[in-house]
Design a protein around this ligand. Sequence first.
Ligand code: CUK
Ligand code: CUA
Ligand code: CA
Length: 640
Amino acid sequence: MSQDQKPTTENALAMGRRKFMNTAALASLTGLVACNNKSGASASAEASGSASAAAHSAADVTHLKPGELDTYYGLWSGGHSGDMRVLGLPSGREIHRIPCFVPDALVGWGITNESKKVMGTRPDGSLKYNVADTHHTHASYKDGNYDGRYAWINDKINARVARIRLDYFICDKITDLPNVQGFHGIFPDKADPVDEKINYTTRVFCGGEFSIPLPNAGIEDGSKYRSLFTCVDAESMEVRWQVLIDGNCDLVATSYDGKLAATNQYNTEMGVHYEDMMAAERDACLFFNVARIEAAVKAGKFKTIGDSKVPVVDGTHAANSDPKTALTAYVSVPKNPHGVNASPDAKYFICAGKLSPTATVIELAKVLDWFDGKLEKIDDAIVAEVELGLGPLHTAFDGRGNAYTTLFLDSQVVKWNVDAAIKFHKGDKNAKYVVDRIDVQYQPGHLNASQSETRAADGKYLAVGCKFSKDRFLPVGPLHPENEQFIDISGEKMVLLADHPVRGEPHDFIIFKRDLLRPKQVYNLDDFPLAVKDPKESGVFRNGKKVTVKLTSQAPAFSMREFKLKKGDEVTLILTNLDKIEDLTHGIAIPKYNVQFVVNPLETASVNFVADKPGVFWLYCTNFCHALHLEMRTRMIVEG
Ligand code: CUK
Ligand code: CUA
Ligand code: CA
């Protein structure tokens, strides 16, 4: 194969088509796309029949036998569904969805008092928000690998960050970011910049994408708008500090030593119209010196904005020209970059060019040198800027020195070698940095490799989130699913293994070894202050119009067979599931009262409602829990 150091659209496409034939042929021979699209069928007809046994067994890894378990977890952003999806890989089976920002009728998220408290309510008790747009999910680190404590996910619409406890796979906190619109990139830190003993995540960095007036008044003059970069405390989920910046934030990355965080910027022009946002030939990757920012906050060198009490330090160009005191550094990156990713060897951040066909490799040691006054120009921290193809967006790593970048316009993933790219950039025009290309279907956004954003990157699998699926699945009307593709990257060449339809629009995800998590399958009764610990505590407890109904569930019965209320009662119903056995979940629904939620083993949940409709209402269990599940009912009599 000829080396294409400067891929033009034509040669990239021509080459892609060749590769596409090969890949599709391999896939269809192994039965993966046996009957799902024309290109697969015709490619297979033309195929020489030389699909290797190796490719066959590689494809088989995605087809687990019944009862077999996956070897990797995938945490997927749920997109507009406002949840986090849990996948098993390599099969790609969706195992769970963790509701965060948006109500979920299955578990009663947004129905129970406990979930509403996490989600946030208005004074009338209704949910503050019903919509969300999640893009990025990342998990907490220790020693450069995931430690299984937490994951975080962003809501771009309402500028909220949610934390997921990875022991119970539940969302336990949601924080609103003050004075931020379009909260986009998110990344936990991996260590403390000062205290070496803290080799785990204690901060979560959040990038504000849209610039607005600060405080937000209806000002038309866009030159007065600014964006903020926010630090949230990983434990308390309180907002610790913010940085006022020029330009905007997009994606976020953090260094392994905790000293640096960065965001790519596509709107250094600070344009308010999209034409303006593309005016400049170069934008930036903005670095934050975490230790200096925290020292500035400690020293009181901050202001606050509007009603928010959060300290805001000045990270604009004007205030940070002296490297010795600078809190921020703006590294120049070609036209409207998208994505910034940290290499697993801890040395580089890579920005993809988006409107430039390049990736820019920035050496972190040199950025730190600049802050120490040892590097004259911050742009000298750029050690490579190489052409990859059209529309580069995101980069993943295999731990063997290779990077994998999505090419949105070329509908490809390009595998390239970082060291070779650096050599090429230095002037060695024989350095062959492009290793392989593979067509994906179609228009990929994020990709991530197994363990990619950890020091334990293992270079086995790559998942690619394709924004368009077009002809890859049975047609289901105008709204197409997206196509999440799964690729084997263990060899020199990438091999496409599987397509998976997914509801829009996940954007980002992480994949890691299953033994990094030890989920609990049964709750602890004592963790719920309202728990009804014994069926004998059940009953209707009246205080004027305020009524508390205490109920327990144990298959196949609720603790009370019936209970009475009066019309107009303000009811709190508390249900504890006293079944302690794994997988024995009960649900409870109240017809006409718009109530349904589940209680898992030893979980307690509660709801409030006004008994405004007289009559007989059968509260029934909604999870098939027992042979007598259908009989598992309680009669609620509301007297008129
Ligand atoms: S962004 Cu969607 S493809 Cu929100 Cu991470 Cu790049
Ligand atoms: Cu309990 Cu069905
Ligand atoms: Ca721009």
